[in-house]
Design a protein around this ligand. Structure first.
Ligand code: HSE
Length: 438
């Protein structure tokens, strides 16, 4: 059978990795796909820089529209990232009847509904394994492997940069900026690293996971997003003393009244496997009603790990290119007419979770009683409590509380009352806590 022809948009870290993996494992990949996958064309920013990839008849261009308009190209691989011109290029490729493979989580989280609808109408595939958790086949696992299950929740460490930063800061005591610079050097960080450290990249990925887990449209604008920039070493230390690790977690959970969709620093019991995922590694925990908890672990970023996912998509598309479009796996796992656009994404106030609270309190009689009364009034149950013995002569000390699950709005009200006590100094630090046990 003649080779299937691929056009790459972008030949940077992931594009270069894709070419390397396809070339190195050509025979194995052809044996799996049933025909050779040949990269015929690539759009690059700088022709001189891309020269090192020359060979095998690869044609280079600086105009990405040359690729999407080339009638010889069967599959367009979009690796340029960002919204524009990526969106225009992907839609043009679809209009031209080409299948698309993309690693662009930002694009899918924002415009996935429009892109999938266009692909559906045209009968082409849009594959996006590389968009979430790099080399971990989590899209395949949720869309296909767990298809028997009613998914209850998904919780993941899905941003390698922040996990790398948190791990290096904890293990080596390095500063935030030093570690971020290293993550950028290693090619983990986004072009705009605020996307990493503010939790936006994780929210893009979580939005996609939530859609395929629950059969809802992608709704990034409703995701709650909080990054790691306000985390302090003190909280990391106190969390450890209580038996927890702090991770930037993306959590999406089915509740009776809607779907939770949230990214924030989270205390996790250190006995959970996922709490021990360090460096740039990613891990996703999925709870299905039939299978129970399943955990997926691997490299979430980097050239070849991400290329591994891109090439897996290329093989899938190659195998299914001639199949009746109705027999392919639906883009968002559920048949397009069976998606539930009316299932609401819950506002953060309606989210239910447990909490870590740290506050600076005066070392005097009745302080603890006042705080516990406020929590009891709000129906918030305390799970653990730790008070550091004040240094000699110190008039105040840190009080740390862990609570059981409550609604975020109850906690907001309780914190406002606690901050109003004359014996509590400054703001209460609140970090959400998930046991990830059920
Ligand atoms: N900036 C992303 C991360 C790259 O750190 O995980 C992979 O999506």
């Amino acid at each position: 059978m003649k080779p299937i022809k691929v056009g790459l948009l972008g030949l940077g870290t992931v594009g270069g990795g894709t070419l390397t993996v396809l070339r190195r494992n050509r025979q194995e990949i052809t044996r799996r796909a049933g025909r050779e996958i040949q990269v015929a064309m690539a759009a690059v920013r700088d022709l001189n820089k891309a020269e090192k990839h020359n060979g095998d008849g690869l044609k280079l261009t600086t105009d990405p529209f040359d690729v999407v308009n080339n009638p010889d190209i069967d599959i367009v691989v979009e690796l340029i990232g960002g919204l524009s011109p990526a969106k225009e290029l992907v839609l043009k490729a679809i209009e031209n009847g080409k299948h698309v493979v993309t690693a662009n989580k930002h694009l899918l989280a924002k415009h996935g509904n429009e892109i999938f609808a266009a692909a559906q109408a045209k009968g082409v595939m849009v594959a996006f394994e590389a968009a979430v958790a790099g080399g971990i086949p989590i899209i395949k696992a949720i869309r296909e492997g767990l298809t028997a299950n009613r998914i209850e929740w998904v919780a993941g460490i899905i941003n390698g940069t922040t996990n790398f930063i948190l791990s290096e800061m904890r293990e080596k005591g390095l500063g935030f900026d030093t570690v971020l610079a290293e993550a950028q050097r290693l090619g983990y960080a986004e072009a705009d690293p605020t996307f990493d450290v503010e939790g936006i990249d994780a929210a893009h990925k979580l939005t996609i996971l939530s859609a395929i887990a629950f059969g809802i449209p992608v709704q990034f604008d409703r995701a709650y997003t909080e990054g790691i920039t306000r985390l302090t070493g003190e909280d990391v230390k106190y969390a450890e003393q209580l038996g927890y690790r702090i991770k930037l977690l993306g959590i999406t959970r089915r509740r009776a009244n809607g779907i939770e969709l949230r990214v924030h620093p989270t205390l996790i019991p250190e006995k959970r496997l996922i709490a021990n995922v360090s460096g740039a590694m990613n891990a996703v925990l999925v709870m299905g009603d039939a299978v129970g908890p399943t955990l997926y672990y691997g490299a979430g970023a980097g050239a070849e790990p991400t290329a591994s996912a891109v090439v897996a998509d290329l093989v899938d598309v190659t195998r299914l290119a001639t199949a009746d479009p109705h027999h392919r796996v639906p883009h968002l796992a559920f048949q397009p007419d069976a998606l539930q656009p009316d299932l609401p994404i819950l506002p953060m106030e309606e989210v239910e979770t447990a909490y870590y609270l740290r506050m600076r309190v005066a070392d005097q009689t009745g302080v603890l009683a006042d705080i516990t009364r406020i929590l009891a009034d709000s129906n918030i149950s305390i799970d653990a409590l730790m008070q550091r013995e004040p240094e000699e002569g110190e008039p105040s000390t840190d009080l740390i509380l862990l609570t059981h699950e409550t609604l975020e709005k109850n906690m907001n009200a309780a914190i406002a009352r606690i901050e109003g006590l004359g014996t509590v100094q400054g703001k209460v630090t609140r970090i959400r806590l998930e046991t990830l046990g059920k």
